[in-house]
Design a protein around this ligand. Structure first.
Ligand code: HEM
Length: 428
C-alpha cells in the first residue's frame, strides 16, 4: 500500500467538491510516478490553477502561491508540527511510529523555546568567514571526486554522476566537519535513504517499518560516535557540541547526550540527500543543453546565479508542513487553530507572479525561491550546500568541457516530500 493510495480511504472533507478532491488525489499520484518525478512542473501548474491554497484530501491545505508560502514559513502564527500537536491527532498509530518520533525530537520539529535554545547552541557555523575557511578543503574534495569520475569515464566511456560525485561530496563535507571516519560513509548514506520514509506525507506501514529499522541503525551509529568522541576529543563540530551541552547539563550526562545525538544525527542526514539532489540537478540541467554550460564557462561570474536557478527550477524538497497557532486567514481562506498546511516549494518557485515564464531555465532571471525554507527554521546548512555546489560547478566546467548526460536521471518514485535522484549517467 502506498502513501498516496491511503488517500482513497479518506472521507470527503466538508467544503471540498468531490471533483476537486479527485483532482488533488490524481495529482499527488502523478507526483509519485516516473512521469511526475521526471517533470513535476505540470503538477505544480495544475495545483496552482486551483488556488493559492488548495484543500488536501485528508484535511488541511496545500499552499501553492509564492507569497502565501513565504507568509507561512516566515509568520510567527505558524508552528512546526511538534509532539504537542501530534498528541492531539486522532491517528495516534501514525505518530507513535518510532521513526516518526525520532524525527519529532529534532530541530525541524521543535518550536520555541526548545528550538531557539538548540539553534543557539549551533551559532552560525556556516557564516561567510567559516565558509571561506572551508573552501580549500571542499575544493580538494571536489577535485578528488572528479579524478574518480575521470578515471571511470576513461575506463568505461560512461559513469554514474550520482554515486561517484553527487552522493559523495555532501557526506565527505559534513563528515569532515563533524569528524566522521570515511569508512562509515556508505553505512550512513544507506540508513539515511531508508530513514526518510518516516518524513513522507502519508507513509505506508511497510515504509514506516523500513524507517524503524533504519532508525535503530542510525541511533546505534551516532550514539557510538558520540561515546567515542567524548573519550577522544578533537577539533571538530561534534567535540564543540559535547563541550557546549555538557556545560548546559553539568549534572545530567544523559540529557546532554540526548541533545547532542538529536543535533548530530539530524544535521548529518539533513545535509545528504538534499545537497546530493542539488549537485545532480546542476550536472543535469546545465549539461543537457551544451549551450548553457558553454555560456557559463564564458561567464563564470554567473555560477552563483546558475546554482540559485537550479534550486528554483527543481527544489530538492517538495513539501514542508506547518500548523496554525491560532485561528487565522491565509490567502483569503479562514483557517482554524491547528489546521495543517503543506507548503509546496516547487509550486511556489513556479508561481508566474513571482517568476515570470517559470518553466524557462534562465540563469540570469534573478528570481526567487524558498528551497531553503524561511523564518526561524531557515536551513542551517544553506551556506555549506551553496559552497559545495559552487566548487563542484566551477571545476566541472573547467575540467569537463564536453560532459553531457547519456540518459535522463532516474528518481525514487516512492517519495513526495524529499526528492531523490538515484542515478545520472554521463559521458564526454
Ligand atoms: C541543497 C541543499 C539543502 C536544501 C535544499 C535544504 C533545505 C532545507 C529546508 C527546506 C529546511 C526547512 C526550512 C523550514 O522549515 O523553513 C531545512 C532545514 C534544515 N537544514 Fe537544510 N537543506 C539543504 C542542505 C543542508 C545542509 C548541507 C545542512 C547541514 C550541514 C542542512 C541542515 C539543516 C538543518 C539542521 C535544518 C533545520 C533548521 C531548523 O529547523 O532550525 N541542510 N533545510
Amino acid at each position: 500500500m502506498t502513501a498516496v493510495g491511503d488517500i482513497g480511504g479518506i472521507s470527503t472533507i466538508p467544503g471540498t467538491s468531490s471533483t476537486d478532491r479527485r483532482a488533488v488525489i490524481s495529482l499527488l499520484r502523478r507526483l509519485r510516478s516516473d512521469e511526475g518525478q521526471t517533470n513535476p512542473l505540470p503538477v505544480w501548474e495544475e495545483l496552482r490553477s486551483m488556488g493559492d491554497v488548495v484543500r488536501a484530501p485528508w484535511g488541511g491545505y496545500f499552499v501553492t502561491g509564492f507569497k502565501a508560502c513565504s507568509q507561512v514559513l516566515r509568520g510567527r502564527n505558524w508552528l512546526v508540527p511538534d509532539f504537542a500537536w501530534q498528541e492531539r491527532r486522532p491517528d495516534q498509530e501514525r505518530w507513535e511510529a518510532p521513526a516518526t518520533r525520532e524525527m519529532t525530537r529534532t530541530l525541524i520539529r521543535l518550536n520555541a523555546p526548545a528550538h531557539t535554545c538548540q539553534r543557539r547552541s549551533l551559532g552560525n557555523p556556516f557564516d561567510r568567514s567559516s565558509i571561506e575557511d572551508m573552501r580549500p578543503g571542499v575544493a580538494a574534495l571536489v577535485s578528488g571526486l572528479l579524478d574518480g569520475l575521470e578515471d571511470r569515464l576513461r575506463a568505461d566511456g560512461e559513469a554514474d554522476f550520482v554515486s561517484l560525485v553527487a552522493e559523495q561530496l555532501p557526506i565527505h563535507t559534513v563528515g569532515r566537519w563533524i569528524g566522521i571516519d570515511p569508512e562509515d560513509h556508505a553505512r550512513i548514506l544507506d540508513f539515511t535513504h531508508r530513514q526518510v520514509y518516516a518524513q513522507e506525507l502519508l507513509p505506508a506501514k511497510s515504509e514506516l517499518a523500513i524507517s524503524a529499522q533504519a532508525t535503530l541503525e542510525m541511533r546505534a551509529y551516532f550514539t557510538g560516535l558520540i561515546r567515542h568522541r567524548r573519550a577522544n576529543p578533537g577539533h571538530d563540530a561534534l567535540t564543540g557540541l559535547i563541550h557546549y551541552w555538557d556545560s548546559q547539563y553539568p549534572d545530567d550526562r544523559a540529557a546532554a547526550d540526548r541533545v547532542i545525538y538529536d543535533l548530530t544525527m539530524f544535521i548529518t542526514i539533513a545535509s545528504l540527500e538534499t545537497t546530493s539532489v542539488l549537485l545532480a540537478n546542476i550536472a543535469w540541467l546545465l549539461t543537457r543543453d551544451p549551450s548553457r554550460a558553454d555560456w557559463l564557462r564564458r561567464h563564470p561570474e554567473h555560477i552563483d546565479d546558475a546554482i540559485e536557478e537550479t534550486l528554483r527550477y527543481d527544489p530538492p524538497i517538495f513539501v514542508n508542513s506547518r500548523i496554525a497557532a491560532d485561528d487565522t486567514v491565509l490567502a483569503g481562506v479562514p483557517m482554524a487553530k491547528d489546521t495543517t498546511v503543506h507548503v509546496l516549494y516547487g509550486a511556489a518557485a513556479h508561481d508566474p507572479r513571482r517568476n515570470p515564464s517559470p518553466g524557462v531555465f534562465d540563469i540570469r532571471r534573478g528570481g526567487g525561491h524558498l528551497a531553503f525554507g524561511g523564518g526561524a527554521h531557515y536551513c542551517l546548512g544553506a551556506g555549506l550546500a551553496r559552497l559545495e555546489a559552487r566548487e563542484l560547478l566551477a571545476q566541472l566546467l573547467e575540467r569537463f568541457p564536453t560532459l553531457r548526460p547519456s540518459a535522463p536521471p532516474s528518481y525514487d518514485t516512492s517519495r513526495v516530500v524529499f526528492r531523490r535522484i538515484t542515478s545520472l549517467k554521463v559521458t564526454v
